[in-house]
Structure formats: structure tokens, C-alpha cells
Design a protein around this ligand. Structure first.
Ligand SMILES: [Zn+2]
Length: 412
């Protein structure tokens, strides 16, 4: 912010120019390539660009991009400008690009990949670290989540000036955040339990009941929360209850909103002013976009892992509205589709199910096993013709989602 060294200024300028050229040549939004080139000139660029600003980091397996957007909206209700990597470029280069683009913004709200949280916490000295949840992303990363939680725990113990806003209902998150000096606990819920049957502290079996979770051996237990998601309502730290009434669908997004309000509250935001800003957020980086095609109303839902699919099933239009499921197994999706077997598809019985994507046969086998009837499709265009006029919900994993957006002419 005005005090960067000549080399850092040069690196930022080059990063911005490369990003602009990349955008002009049609290769994405340019944020990663620009940041990567800037980092080659000045490897310490994240630290230099973050210095002197109020930084909020947001991480977790699911909901990072949406929560980043919601926190940004809530902080903007203070009338302050926010630099943010709004399109999910969440490794170092993406952070450089976001901070470099808005050099004057006093706030930086930054989504961070789970595996980069430690390095980015050290680099940015964040005022707030937001921990949403932690579960398996792809099968080929299955063993990593315990190591990720351990790294979070270590770095948060070494960052006494950062406040952690954490989901108390996720045992791995709670264990990691428990090492921090100052924590705001949020009862944001946890639908997906498959990755947290064991105590992160001692390895014993965790018990769950209406009050949360507890280890019978070492006594690790769900911390008492000061912010609570209660159905469609948020209860704040003072016990005041407000309706959330978001434009974004589903329980997972209500949880993201409560996390966002807890973060904004820390910065002194008035919740009654912040909440209407959250309600204005209707789609995030193309997710939850609704569009019309030949008399069908398509709703695009991104779900990248078992926990994400469970959340997506939550927001489907009521049966008999049809759903298209699309699965790929390219780089960002993970090469292994065996995670498909971790999802319970029986909730889809009784509605038309269409299966697409490059790995549609893998999913078809899985649906057979759950006795869910389905039809195969070659493309989003064909799928639209396979259903009657009305709603068509589309759930896709990462590259399948991008392909559908391109096919529909909706890629950014
Ligand atoms: Zn234990």
C-alpha cells in the first residue's frame, strides 16, 4: 500500500499486465498467470501486498468461494473496499493477483486452498482465519486431511494475533482451531460424518448426540458456540435471532452465511446492515446460476466431493423434478472416481435422473447398486431435450461443471 519497494512495485505491475494480456487473449480471468509471473520477480510478494491491511483468510473443503464472497459483501456493508480472489484462484498466485489488483483496499478477504493455509497465514498475518470444514476432496488425497488438520493446528498456535472463526460441529476443524489463542466458535453444522468418526487427539471413537460430539477417552468435545445456525435462523453472540432468508439455496449456504456474519461482527459490522448484503448474493463464480434453455429452467450446482454431493441433494427442486448428474475425472477432479461409492444416492429414487460427463458409466454402475433408475446422455443439450419443460437441476463436479458452462455460453 504505497510503501512497496521498487522491485515489489515492478512485480505487481508485471503481474497486472500479464493478467490483462491473458484476459484479452481469452485464457481465463488471468489471475493465476499474472500472479505467477509477479512471484517470479518478487517471491515475497504476498507478504508485501498484505502488509498494513486487514486480511481475512477463508479455508475448508467445501464452501470457500461462497463464504469468501459472503464475507466480502458483509464487510462492504461497513463502506470499506475489499480486495478478494472472487473466482476461486486460491493458491499463492491467485492471492497476489487479488491483492495487486486492488492496492488501495484496506481489507483483503482471501480464499485459500487447505494445503496453503499455513504458508499464507505466515505470509499475511491475518486478522481472522475462517475454518469451515475438512473432509476428503478426492480419493487420491484421502490420507491427507489429518495431516492438513495438524498443519492448521501448528500454524494457528504460532499466530496469537489472529482470531480464528471456526465451525465447532466439525471435529477436525475444532481440534485444529483449539490450538489458537482466540476463537469464535460457530455452530454451523456437519452433514458429512464419514471423515470424522475418530478423535483427532487420541484416535478413539467419537460419540455423537444432540449436543454435538465427544471423545469418551481423552475428553475432547465440541466447544460451546457463540454463533448458531438454527434452521433458517441465525442466533448471534448476544442471543438475538434473525431470519437468514438468503437467495443462495440450501443448508450449507446458510452455514456459510453464519460464518460470514461472525467474521463481519468481529470487524464491527452491524448485522442488520450486513444481512441484506448477503441476501443480494445470488450466484457465486457461476454456481447456483439459473438460466433458461428451450423452456427448461436450469440450475447449476457444483459438487466436487462426497460431502458436496450430499449438500447438493439438499437443494434439489422437489420430486418429480429431474436432475442431471455429470462426472469427469480430469486433473482438478481427481483421477479416481471411487469416491462416487461414498455417496448415498437413494434420495434420488422417484425422480428422473440423467447421467452425463466423461465418466458417466462409473456413476451409472453406482446408481445401479443403489437401485436408482436413470438415463444416459451425451451432452447438456441432449439432456435438456430428455426432460419436459420446467426445472432441470444440474449437479456436476469441477471440470464437468466448467464444460457445461462453456456449452451454455456462460463461462467467465
Ligand atoms: Zn480422544
Amino acid at each position: 500500500m504505497g510503501t512497496l519497494s521498487l522491485r515489489a512495485r515492478l512485480a505487481t505491475t508485471i503481474a497486472g499486465a500479464a493478467g490483462t494480456m491473458s484476459r484479452l487473449s481469452g485464457r481465463g480471468d488471468g489471475s493465476v498467470i499474472g500472479g505467477a509471473i509477479g512471484l517470479r520477480v518478487e517471491p515475497d510478494l504476498v507478504r508485501l501486498l498484505a502488509a498494513g491491511r486487514q486480511i481475512v483468510l477463508v479455508t475448508g473443503t467445501n464452501g470457500k468461494t461462497t463464504t469468501t464472497r459472503l464475507i466480502t459483501a458483509a464487510i462492504e456493508s461497513l463502506g470499506r473496499e475489499v480486495a478478494s480472489n472472487a473466482f476461486g484462484a486460491n493458491m499463492e498466485a491467485g492471492l497476489v493477483s487479488a491483492l495487486g489488483r486492488d492496492r488501495a483496499a484496506p481489507f483483503g478477504v482471501l480464499e485459500v486452498d487447505e494445503r496453503y493455509l499455513a504458508a499464507m497465514t505466515e505470509a499475511t498475518s491475518p486478522r481472522v482465519v475462517t475454518l469451515l470444514n475438512l473432509s476428503r476432496d478426492q480419493m487420491d488425497r484421502a490420507a491427507e486431511i489429518w495431516m492438513v488438520a495438524r498443519r492448521w493446528r501448528e500454524v494457528l498456535a504460532a499466530a496469537p494475533d489472529s482470531r480464528v472463526v471456526a465451525n465447532a460441529d466439525d471435529p477436525l476443524v475444532a481440534w485444529a482451531a483449539g490450538a489458537a489463542r482466540r476463537v469464535t466458535w460457530v455452530a454451523a453444522g456437519q452433514r458429512w460424518h464419514e471423515d470424522s468418526w475418530c478423535c483427532p487427539e487420541c484416535g478413539s471413537h467419537l460419540r455423537r448426540d444432540d449436543l454435538g460430539w465427544r471423545c469418551g477417552d481423552c475428553g475432547l468435545a465440541r466447544p460451546a458456540a457463540t454463533w448458531v445456525l438454527d434452521d433458517g435462523k441465525v442466533v448471534d453472540a448476544a442471543g438475538r435471532v434473525r431470519q437468514l432468508s438468503l437467495a443462495l439455496p440450501g443448508r450449507a449456504n446458510r452455514a456459510n452465511a453464519v460464518m460470514a456474519l461472525a467474521v463481519a461482527d468481529y470487524f464491527g459490522a452491524d448485522i442488520d446492515q450486513a444481512l441484506p448484503r448477503l441476501r443480494e448474493v445470488a450466484s457465486v463464480a457461476g454456481r447456483y446460476t439459473q438460466l433458461e434453455l428451450r423452456g427448461r429452467r436450469l440450475r447449476l450446482l457444483l459438487a466436487k466431493n462426497p460431502a458436496g454431493w450430499l449438500e447438493a441433494f439438499d437443494v434439489l427442486a422437489p420430486a418429480p423434478a429431474p436432475v442431471l448428474l455429470a462426472v469427469n475425472a480430469n486433473g482438478p477432479d481427481g483421477k479416481d472416481t471411487s469416491w462416487l461409492w461414498d455417496v448415498d444416492y437413494r434420495v434420488l429414487r422417484g425422480r428422473p435422473v440423467i447421467v452425463g460427463g466423461e465418466r458417466r458409466l462409473d456413476l451409472a454402475v453406482r446408481l445401479e447398486a443403489d437401485q436408482v433408475s436413470f438415463e444416459l446422455t451425451d451432452s447438456i443439450e441432449a439432456a435438456v431435450d430428455q426432460v419436459p419443460p420446467g426445472i432441470l437441476d444440474v449437479i456436476a463436479n469441477y471440470t464437468a461443471f466448467q464444460q457445461i458452462r462453456v456449452a451454455l455460453g456462460r463461462a467467465e
